[in-house]
Design a binder for this molecule. Structure first.
Ligand SMILES: [Zn+2]
Length: 352
């Protein structure tokens, strides 16, 4: 695939095309936006366009100014696409797609702690210090850059401050507020936005010919307008797992806590959506305002007896825990604590 195949992110894609067409490549970019929205896919395809053997242009100058946000080109026309699109067939494009291009590096969190370590950054720094082997550019993509630990972040800052020639960095983060301000301020930021429900429903139906309107709409709402999320994981299964655990937590402590950190994060995401629906139902009594329209009965049952104030308080408390998940909270302790919160706030609900 190429930049033109990235669906629903016209603004970021046009900004990047503009950079290539004008031959002004920022030294460091920060892609922000929710998980599953297409940031990494865009980064990889931008790397392809930069190094594609069929795209004209030799050594572009690196732009020196550090803007907070890169402006979109005023009139992105069809010529922009042809000037700045990877062919997807040359050896360079193929290697980048397969992840084995000697000048393109993709790193992210590793191991149990789920952090990006200082060793990984040092290795990256060393790789970037050489001239490109094959391509025009050395490109480092740092996925989930907010997971840089303290020493890695400091090491990384150096890489940002002393850019090597013909190298560029792309940081990806759904939680840019967790990055060091000194890192943030040295990157030009490009924001990715969720798709509107109508656009996404249409895209889903185009993609899956047999999907009916109701399901397309439900998936669009549940994925929060993140196409990657809607296409990749089985959202409905994921939701059911999380809803059933919500019930477990409310009833007793006997079940196993979350399998891993990812499952834990997933549960907190879904519980926010569930509590949102419970609050809406408790305030309005209307099913048609729910996001999980197909689970109206469950939401009604679980909200019964719980006051709006308690639901909102619980949502706030869970949100605060969710924000701290990056700090590797103990699973069992968190499980026990969340169970207590649920029972304290919704204790009368869900049972007759
Ligand atoms: Zn190519």
């Amino acid at each position: 695939m190429a930049l033109k195949d990235i669906i629903g992110q016209d603004r970021p894609v046009n900004i990047l095309r503009g950079c290539i067409a004008k031959e002004r490549i920022p030294h460091a970019l920060l892609f922000t936006g929710d998980k599953g929205i297409g940031k990494r896919l865009t980064a990889v395809n931008f790397a392809k366009a930069l190094n594609c053997q069929r795209v004209p242009g030799e050594e572009f100058p690196i732009t020196g100014s550090f803007l907070f946000e890169v402006p979109a080109p005023e009139h992105p026309g069809p010529e922009l696409e042809t000037q700045s699109e990877a062919c997807d067939t040359c050896p360079s494009c193929k290697k980048i797609e397969r992840g084995n291009h000697p000048d393109v590096f993709l790193i992210g969190p590793e191991g149990d702690g789920g952090q990006i370590t200082v060793q990984a950054i040092r290795q990256l720094e060393e790789s970037l210090s050489y001239k490109p082997f094959e391509g025009r550019w050395k490109i480092a993509i740092v996925d989930e850059a907010d997971r840089l630990n303290q020493s890695a972040a400091n090491a990384f800052l150096q890489t940002l401050e002393e850019p090597s020639a013909q190298s560029m960095l792309i940081l990806i983060s759904s939680r840019p507020d967790l990055l060091l301000p000194t890192i943030r301020s040295r990157c030009q930021r490009i924001s990715f936005s969720p798709l509107p429900v109508d656009t996404m429903s249409r895209l889903l139906k185009e993609r899956f010919g047999d999907m009916d309107d109701e399901r397309a709409r439900l998936l669009s709402v549940l994925s929060g307008g993140r196409l990657g999320y809607a296409l990749g994981d089985n959202l409905i299964d994921q939701r059911e797992r999380c809803f059933s655990m919500f019930g477990q937590l409310l009833e007793s402590l006997e079940e196993e806590p979350w399998e891993d950190k990812e499952a834990m994060e997933e549960w907190f995401e879904w519980s926010q959506l569930l509590l949102r629906d419970m609050a809406v139902y408790s305030a309005t009594g209307r099913e048609d305002f729910l996001m999980n329209t197909d689970r109206a009965e469950y939401i009604k049952a679980i909200s019964r007896g719980a006051g709006l104030k308690d639901i909102l308080k619980l949502a706030r408390e869970l949100y605060n825990i969710k924000r701290r998940l990056a700090f590797n909270l103990n699973k069992q302790l968190t499980y026990n604590f969340v169970s207590l919160l649920l029972r304290n706030n919704l204790g009368q609900s869900g049972r007759e």
